[in-house]
Design a protein around this ligand. Structure first.
Ligand code: PLP
Length: 391
């Protein structure tokens, strides 16, 4: 059976009623026949039938053994960090999601969990940086916003040889494009807010475990800490998953077309998209992913925040907002939005230039999206000409 069919039929028909869509069990508790004797559900923080179906579906999608659904992507990341103990070290990709950076540095540091960053696009850097204290290696591939790709299989081997777990944040690729567990990862996390949900209408997260024992530990933490996903949001993510393959394929096809246009038109300065032959990690992206995803970044020839602000406020179809992975195209200026809290020097060093613009390419017609970008580039150019004339 092909992946697309498997994903759609991983979501079961309700055995009680035949309902083809998953029922929303909006309840806090479950009636017991006698103390401790029940139908597998006792209290809805511990287990809820709607959430359980989502969790089983996510485990199948990622090729894992167990999954746990959380109230946000960050709650999922938090659950993974809670596997560690004081004195342990995390070795993480340097171009890490800002929220994960904040959690590692500003929450867990005071509990004695340290974090070290490396450019993981070269597996050798992981080999050199990993040490006896490293208990968790943390990857994102592709990263946000410069779309760096790391070799999951090689890094999994390095982590395991050092007795560390490998966790991959698979938010950008989604299980449609890559399955880190089949490459050797022990854990996969998702911000289901993005492609899994896919409609910009919820906040959700998940952890998928490659082994039962690890899945049990995450489940224990999920119940003990309590950041569970609600039944309604579980239903919405399930509904998103029904069209995940279709959406991600279209997001990827649209993005490839837009990226090629950006590159060929000469309007942009640098274009970052793993599907372009000019991308530094194109070869590994081709080997590791089935397509290149819906996110593109580029810089302007005038590398200033002023120019970027003008550009992101000139598009009509691309809406100016944080987040990604939804049906509608979004545009974002990381230096002033998602990456504002990172000191300018550190931010620029990570490749996030002042004029860097990130696109989440949606499901509109690609030619309409290109036309929208073209008119924004022309507006920017005209604006600059006027500026020069006035001086
Ligand atoms: C958005 C995002 C997160 C955080 O997820 P939330 O659902 O916003 O908590 C984590 N990792 C990546 C790569 C993201 O894009």
């Amino acid at each position: 059976m092909k992946d697309t069919t498997k994903a759609i039929h991983a979501i079961p028909v309700d055995p009680l009623t035949g309902s083809i869509s998953v029922p929303i069990y909006q309840t806090s508790t479950f009636v017991q026949d006698s103390p401790g004797e029940h139908k597998g559900f006792d209290y809805a923080r511990s287990n809820n039938p709607t959430r359980q179906i989502l969790e089983e579906t996510l485990a199948k999608l990622e090729g894992g053994k167990r999954a746990s659904a959380f109230a946000s992507g960050l709650a999922a990341i938090d659950a993974v960090v809670k596997l560690l103990q004081s004195g342990d070290e995390i070795l993480a990709v340097d171009d890490i999601y800002g929220g994960a950076f904040r959690l590692f540095t500003h929450v867990y540091d005071k509990f004695g969990i340290s974090v070290k960053y490396a450019d993981t696009t070269e597996a050798e850097n992981v080999f050199n940086a990993i040490g006896p204290k490293t208990k968790l290696v943390w990857l994102e591939s592709p990263t946000n916003p410069t779309l760096k790709i790391s070799d999951i299989e090689t890094i999994a081997k390095i982590a395991h040889a050092n007795g560390a777990l490998l966790c991959v944040d698979n938010t950008f690729a989604s299980p449609v494009l890559q399955k880190p567990i089949t490459c050797g990862a022990d854990l996969v996390v998702h911000s289901a807010t993005k492609y899994l949900g896919g409609h910009s209408d919820l906040i959700a997260g998940a952890v998928v475990s490659a082994h039962d024992a690890l899945g049990e530990k995450i489940k224990f933490i999920q119940n003990a800490s309590g950041a569970i996903l609600s039944p309604f949001d579980s239903f919405l993510v399930l509904r998103g998953i029904e069209t995940l393959h279709l959406r991600v394929e279209k997001h990827s096809a649209n993005a490839l077309k837009v990226a090629r246009w950006l590159y060929d038109s000469g309007f942009a300065d640098k274009v970052y998209y793993p599907g372009l032959e000019t991308h530094a990690n194109h070869e590994i992206a081709k080997r590791q992913q089935s397509a290149f995803g819906g996110i593109i970044s580029f810089t302007l020839s005038e590398d200033t925040e002023v120019a970027a602000t003008k550009f992101v406020t000139s598009t009509q179809l691309f809406k100016l907002a944080e987040s990604l992975g939804g049906v509608k195209s979004l545009i974002c200026h990381p230096a002033a939005m998602t990456h504002k809290s990172i000191p300018a020097e550190r931010r620029r060093h990570a490749g996030v230039a002042d004029s860097l613009i990130r696109l989440s390419v949606g499901l509109e017609d690609a030619d309409d999206l290109i036309h929208d970008l073209e008119q924004a580039f022309i507006t920017l150019k005209e604006n600059k000409t006027t500026f020069i004339h006035q001086n």
